[in-house]
Ligand binder design. Structure first.
Ligand code: BES
Ligand code: MN
Ligand code: ZN
Length: 499
């Protein structure tokens, strides 16, 4: 069971599938050449006949083999050797995992590719392959009688005699943890709103905290009232499901060390409230807790990797619904920090939830903050469905988060925070209004949040595009994506552990 590194020779690996990544127009590595010999030159013939070219993420299945302990081989193209990167390797390995995970109890062995003189290290490749096999073999099958794919029963990652066994075993364990934390975030998003609502989300948080040795705390509606979280509570008021604020703590460093706060928007369903969404805009709104799911996933990995840092995850959980008590247009709310907010659109609810949670994070001593939210359709208009918008009040902190995203292979792009955008949020009757004009909507949303972080270095990640994928791709399952989980773990990994 589980995921293992091994440097046994290929011929002695026992598995259902052997995955071999091959570069485009490159000679076979010694290990693959030896295998080719065992197969009487089959791989060479496939390449000569151009039936397999090594083009990135193309595959070829060799079935019914008798010469090896593995009856099947999947060749997967890695593209040109010189262009090998973590993201091309991920695309290839995710495609491979998705291609061969259709049967139950599959054991897979993956040959560690030759990273040669590329920018990719052997450890990073081993970690990435473990993560890709873990993520790629899990589909959206939560509610189906017959699953489209099944998690691998066993994952073997095979190096050569010269590979550093201990380092690779560690990398493989790390990759498995990354993959499992991404899968947790995906699962939370993929569960429908009848399964995941504020109370059930918070219960899951508590259960997970027990499993991984995190400290947890859940504030119920009474405690949220005591905290004067009038902005978040207003959103919750139109739902039969009461709100919760779930908090997870990982203390990996001294109490005097700075705390990283991760804050997630956890709107378990966003109907739009009285500013109700049309069906088309509402049908994927179970995904509106994607920020909270990313925080939950990342916190599990931070705990399991025992990172020597202090991190607190805050998940603001509400359902945005319509009933006789719904908050209304023209309502003036008082947020936890005393600022008043005129509500002019009940569908701009995410910022109302985050406003109160951010001030709590600040008051509880966050040295630096990252919030994640499926916040605006405008961000999707600006950056498309696969890029996360970055907004910040602090250049250095923003750069640190962007660097972490880059080394995690997640695409992010920084948006401007010019002061003139804040003009749109001036209200005639309150300190702020919750919406601006049509223009620059992702930025005005960020400018709204900025009112609730004081001077604390803060990065807001708008994941409205990448948190949920409408369709399957060869290298990625549709549904919840677990986006930004890897980046958050990397940020924590780089975070200061001393005062
Ligand atoms: N949850 C939505 C944003 C969203 C849109 C997420 C598409 C994922 C995919 C958010 O609460 C919302 O409704 N935003 C409004 C803001 C507007 C009323 C200012 C929007 O984007 O239309
Ligand atoms: Mn909304
Ligand atoms: Zn929303």
């Amino acid at each position: 069971m589980g995921t293992q590194f091994t440097n046994e020779p290929i011929s002695s690996l026992a598995a259902d599938w052997l995955v071999i990544g091959l570069n485009e127009s490159a000679p076979l590595t010694p290990a693959v050449a030896k295998l080719d010999e065992t197969l009487s030159g089959l791989i060479t013939r496939l390449i000569e006949n151009e039936d397999f070219t090594g083009k990135l993420a193309t595959t070829s299945s060799l079935l019914g083999l008798t010469e090896l302990k593995t009856p099947r081989i999947l060749l997967v193209g890695l593209g040109p050797a010189a262009a090998l990167s973590l993201s091309s390797l991920e695309k290839a390995m995710m495609t491979a995992a998705r291609t061969i995970s259709g049967k139950q109890n599959t054991r897979v062995a993956v040959l560690l590719p030759d990273v040669g003189k590329t920018s990719v290290s052997t450890d990073d490749a081993a970690c990435l392959i473990a993560a890709s096999m873990t993520v790629g073999s899990v589909g959206q099958d939560l509610y189906r009688k017959e699953a489209a794919r099944y998690p691998f029963q066993e994952i073997l990652i095979a190096g050569t005699q010269s590979t550093d066994q201990a380092a690779c075993q560690q990398a493989v364990e790390r990759g498995t943890i990354l993959g499992e934390s991404i899968n947790l975030a995906r699962e939370m998003v993929n569960r429908h709103a009848g399964d995941i609502f504020p109370i059930s989300f918070a219960e899951r948080v508590v259960e997970i905290a027990k499993t991984y040795g995190l400290e947890s705390e859940v504030l119920d509606e009474k405690q949220l009232q005591q905290e004067k979280m009038g902005s978040m509570l207003a959103v919750a008021q139109g739902s039969d499901q009461p709100p919760r604020l779930a908090i997870l703590k990982h203390q990996g460093a001294d109490a005097s060390a700075p705390t990283l706060a991760l804050v997630g928007k956890g709107v378990t369903f966003d109907s739009g409230g009285l500013s109700i969404k049309p069906s088309d805009g509402m049908k994927t709104m179970k995904c509106d807790m994607g920020g909270a799911a990313a925080v939950l996933g990342a916190m599990t990995a931070i705990a399991r990797l025992n990172l020597p840092v202090n991190v607190i995850g805050y998940m603001g959980l509400v359902e945005n619904m319509v009933n006789g008590s719904s908050y209304k247009l023209g309502d003036v709310l008082t947020a936890r920090n005393g600022k008043t907010i005129e509500v002019l659109n009940t569908d701009a609810e995410g910022r109302l939830v985050l406003a109160d949670v951010l001030t709590l994070a600040v008051d509880r001593g966050a040295a630096k903050i990252i919030d994640l939210a499926t916040l605006t359709g405008a961000c999707v208009v600006a950056l498309g469905e696969e890029v996360t918008g970055v907004f910040s009040n602090d250049e250095n902190w923003s750069k640190a988060v962007q660097d972490a995203a880059k080394s995690s292979g997640e695409d992010v792009w920084e948006m401007p925070m010019f002061p003139q955008f804040a003009e749109q949020l001036k209200s005639d009757v309150a300190d702020l209004k919750n919406v601006g004009t049509r223009w620059g909507g992702a930025i005005t949303a960020a400018k709204f949040l900025e009112h609730f972080v004081d001077e604390t270095p803060w990065v807001h990640l708008d994941i409205a595009g990448p948190a949920f994928a409408a369709a399957n791709l060869p290298h990625r399952e549709g549904g919840g994506t677990g986006c930004m989980v890897k980046t958050l773990i990397e940020v924590a990994n780089q975070f200061e552990s001393k005062k």
